[in-house]
Ligand binder design. Sequence first.
Ligand SMILES: [Zn+2]
Ligand SMILES: [Zn+2]
Length: 466
Amino acid sequence: MQVKLRRLHAIVSSLIRQNITMPKHHLLNPLSAFAGMFFLILLSNPIPAQTRDYAQAIGTAADKIAPQVIAWRHDIHEHPELGNQEFRTADIIAKHLQSLGIEVQTKVGVTGVVGILKGDKPGPVVALRADMDALPVEEKTNLAFASAVKVMYNGKETGVMHACGHDAHVSILMGVAEILAGMKKDLKGTVKFIFQPAEEGVPPGDEGGAALMIKEGVMNNPAVDVIFGLHMDAQLEVGKITYRPAGTMAAVATVKITVNGKPSHGSQPWSSVDPIVVSAQIINNLQTIVSRNVNITENPAVVTIASIHGGNRDNIISEKVDMLGTVRTFSEADQKLVYDRIKQVAEKTAESAGATADVIVPYEHYYPVTFNNEALTAAMLPSLQKAAGKENVLLSAPKTGAEDFSFFAQKVPGLFFFIGGMPKGQDPSTAAPHHTPQFIIDDSAFTTGIRAMCNLVLDYMQMNKK
Ligand SMILES: [Zn+2]
Ligand SMILES: [Zn+2]
C-alpha cells in the first residue's frame, strides 16, 4: 500500500511539474492540474474517507443528544450518591441501556452496571469506563441543580456533592451508548460499557471500585481487548483535551509508621527513648528520598507525612507515635525504590536512637500508576484530534492525583485522558479545584467527551479488524 501511494504521489508530482512547465495552450493542462490537486488533497489527509464520515456522523449525533446528556447530568448532580451506594444512579443507567436493546448486568462490584453492545460485524471488545460516585462535600455553588443531600459520614452529618465531575462521566457515557447503539450495523466488534462505583474509595476494610469489578469478572465474557476512560478537568477550558503517554496519574499508597520508644517522666528524658524526637528525625530524613534518591529528571515523586499522633500531656514522654502519610510515584521502579527507602530510613533512624519503627507501605489505600499504553496512545491520538480539533489536544504534565482506572489498564492496554470543563476565557487560577464545595463543570463541556469516546471506539475497531 505504501509503495502504491508513493508511486501515485510521484505521478501527481510529475503532473504538477508538467503543469508548471507546459505551454499555456496545452489542452490537458487545466485537467491535469485539477487531477493533481485532487490527488494531493487525498494524499495529504491520513484519515480514511470512511472514518471521516463516521466522525462527521458522530459530531452531528453528539450535538443532537447534548440537551439530553445535560438533563441527565443535572438530575444526577442533584441526587449524588457516595461510593457503593449509587443505587439511584445505577438504576437510571440500567434502564437507559435496556431501552437501547443493550445487554445489561447490574450489581457488578456492589452497584456497578455493565452494558454489552454487540455490533453486527465481528471484531475486538472495546471497554469504556465511567465512574459514578460523589464525595462527602457540602455543595456551595448556587447552581439551580445544586445538591442539598445530607448523609451521616464518619459519625457526622455531611453534605454530598458531585465535586469531581463523575456525574458528567456517567451522562457522557449514557449519550455515547445511545449513539453507538444507533450505529450497531456499522460496529465491527463489541462495546462494553463499564459504569463503576466507588472510585473515590470505600471505608477501610470494605471492597469496591475497579478492583472489585475486576475480581467479579468485568474484564471477561467477552474478554476486553482495550479500555478507554475520560475525566473532567475543572481548570481546563471547554473544548480542550489533555493526555499523556505512559505514567499519566500517580500510584498512590498510604504509609503507616509506628515509632516505639520507652516512656518516662518528662523531667527525666535520660530515662526514656523519646518517640517524639525520633519521629521528628524520621520526618526530616524522609525528605531526602525525593531530593536525593529519586531521579527527578525521569519522573516526579511525593512523600508526605500528613498525620502525627503521640503523647497526651506536657510532662509524660509517651511510649509510641503513630504517623500516616501518602506516597505518589510514576513507575514501578520508583515505587519500589521509595517504599524500600521509607522502610530503611524509618527503621535505621529509630535504631540509632534505641527505638524501633514499624513501617507498613502500602497501608489501606493503594492505586497503581495510571499507565497509558504508549503504542495505543500514539495510535489513538488522531481520534482525539478529530473530536476536539488538532490545536485543542494538548500533552499534559503528569498528575500527582491517582485513579483506580489504573487497575483496568493493568489488565489490558488503556488510555485515560482529560476533557475541559471550565467556561472559555476564564482564568484557571480562579476555577475551583476538584473536591471543593465551589467545583463547577460547564454544560457546554460534554460534546467533546461524547465525540472522543465514539471516535475512539469506531477508529479502534477499524484499525483492529478480526
Ligand atoms: Zn476525585
Ligand atoms: Zn474523579
